[in-house]
Design a protein around this ligand. Structure first.
Ligand code: G3P
Length: 500
């Protein structure tokens, strides 16, 4: 067997494919964006058929860049944008509707309805570790079943399959042979009991979802199926051996394998996860309890999560929505071109606010504009917002766990922005560490697949491959930190409930 793992990171705005060797060197890579659909205010959709096409094409280019053929692979690891959900026809493979993306707010009114029912918030919290919010798949799947003609009848007759993006990719890679998911993805549907580790009939009837279309929940690190030649670039028989939601994969990839270890991934949004061992926190407060992963047949492991919906997406909006910059990388020089934020704050509640506010009706806000405000201020405010929102979440984590953060491991696209990393360290008052492989999400998927196929024997061997690249020490005075944060908090208050 060879020692190359292909990791598919199917994210919200693009698919990255990386090929890792045993020393976690990246020997091949490719990336492609795909279409975002915004059919109405607050709605976000993806074309799942396009995602599949783009993923396959990106995998082909990554292999070509490594000078490898698909047959040279030891295994495939998959990690994906979570909660995004779709339904497709098991006979034709055709999606019944565009996938509804995690950012989509169309089920906010149904969530209000759920919240108004006695005991439902507590029941959902107890079983799933989640709050009631349009973020999760359950209410989105209900929307599809209610609104797509014939879908409910098709699902009840066994002709329709449901799944998050991991299930969709695996089903296609295996030529329709495996309809599976892993517990870290299942945990985000709001249909899965994270303690029992199974789909839950009470939740299914609450969301009116027929059990028949659901994938089988397997493990995050195990052989879940094999590719077919038609499904995967002419190479049948390659094991799909690692699957996890992207944030849990990043936690694994950061070698945060034990209780108390935490990471923050700066992608479309930012997601701060802390490993909590083999149990969840008794009271997660405004945070989520979620499955971290299941390795083989071992017990489930859990994490505490602060989900921030929009961080990198705010920079993308400056680029694509406003045309203010040509590339995200420009933001660093722009931010540095002014000595301070001059009182300009950008609350990027473009898809409502997640942790710790959970307000689907919040909307984006730019505050503090003057005649002197320019592009640099907006770019700087978008970067600063990533750090302020991270502080909102770390404060909540510290309050719920009673554990003070002593450092933060960072990863994701924006860690290349050293203005942001330094500002983050300043604002938290603790060092921020960036690993050698900053694409930790894909690395996590590769680790999970490599662990299941014997490329690495155990987690200890994996931890030995994790290396630090840079460390940002806090330098800002406490007074300045608090002054900035107080203004931020005021701006957030003004963004709340805007679209209610
Ligand atoms: O929960 C949503 C999350 O999985 C999206 O991740 O990397 O696409 O921003 P990303």
């Amino acid at each position: 067997m060879t020692n190359h793992i292909l990791a598919i990171d199917q994210g919200t705005t693009g698919t990255t494919v990386l090929i890792f060797d045993r020393d976690t060197q990246i020997v091949g890579r490719a990336y492609a964006e795909f279409t975002q659909f915004y059919p109405r205010a607050g709605w976000v959709e993806h074309d799942a058929a396009e995602i599949w096409r783009v993923t396959l094409e990106t995998a082909g280019r990554a292999l070509a860049s490594a000078g490898l053929s698909a047959r040279d692979l030891r295994a495939i690891g998959i990690t994906n944008q979570r909660e995004t959900v779709l339904a497709w026809n098991r006979h034709t493979g055709e999606p019944a509707h565009r996938a509804i993306v995690w950012q989509d707010r169309r089920t906010a009114a149904f969530c209000d309805d759920l919240r108004s029912r006695t005991g439902v918030t507590e029941m959902i919290r107890a079983k799933t570790g989640l709050v009631i919010d349009p973020y999760f798949s359950g209410t989105k799947l209900r929307w599809l079943l209610e609104n797509v003609p014939g879908l409910r009848a098709g699902a009840e007759a066994g002709d329709i399959l449901f799944g998050t993006i991991d299930s969709w990719l695996i089903w296609n890679l295996t030529g329709g042979a495996a309809h599976v998911t892993d517990p870290s993805n299942a945990a985000r549907t709001q249909l899965y009991d994270i303690h029992r580790g199974d789909w839950d009939s009470e939740l299914l009837s609450l969301m009116e979802v027929p059990a028949r279309g659901l994938p089988e929940v397997r493990s995050s690190s195990a052989v879940l199926g094999h590719t077919t030649a038609d499904g995967f670039l002419g190479a049948g028989g390659i094991a799909i051996a690692g699957v996890a939601g992207d944030q849990q994969a990043a936690l694994f990839g950061q070698a945060c394998h034990g209780p108390g270890l935490a990471k923050n991934t700066y992608g479309t949004g930012s997601f701060l996860l802390m490993h909590t061992g083999s149990s969840t926190l008794r009271d997660p407060g405004p945070l989520l309890s979620t499955v971290a992963w299941r390795i083989g047949d071992q017990p489930l492991e859990y994490a505490l999560e602060g989900a921030i919906f929009v961080t990198g997406a705010a920079v993308q909006w400056l680029r694509d929505g406003l045309g203010l910059i040509a590339a995200a990388a420009e933001t660093e020089a722009l931010a540095r071109s002014i000595p301070s934020n001059d009182g300009v704050y950008f609350v990027p509640a473009l898809t409502g606010l997640g942790a710790p506010h959970w307000d689907p009706y919040a909307r984006g806000l730019i505050a503090g504009l003057t005649r002197g405000t320019g592009r640099a201020h907006l770019a700087r405010a978008a970067l600063e917002a990533m750090a302020y929102q991270t502080r909102d979440v770390t404060r909540a984590i510290e309050a719920q766990t009673g554990i003070a953060l002593t450092e933060l491991r960072a990863d994701g696209g924006a860690v290349g922005n050293s203005f942001l990393m330094q500002f983050q360290a300043d604002l938290l008052g603790v060092p921020v560490e960036v690993p050698r492989v900053s694409e930790t999400t894909a690395l996590g998927a590769a680790y999970l697949a490599g662990l299941a196929t014997g490329m690495w024997q155990d987690r200890e061997e994996i931890r030995a491959t994790w290396k630090l690249a840079s460390r940002f020490e806090p330098g800002m005075s406490i007074a300045e930190r608090e002054r900035l944060y107080t203004h931020w908090t005021k701006a957030v208050e003004k963004s709340r409930g805007w679209a209610a």
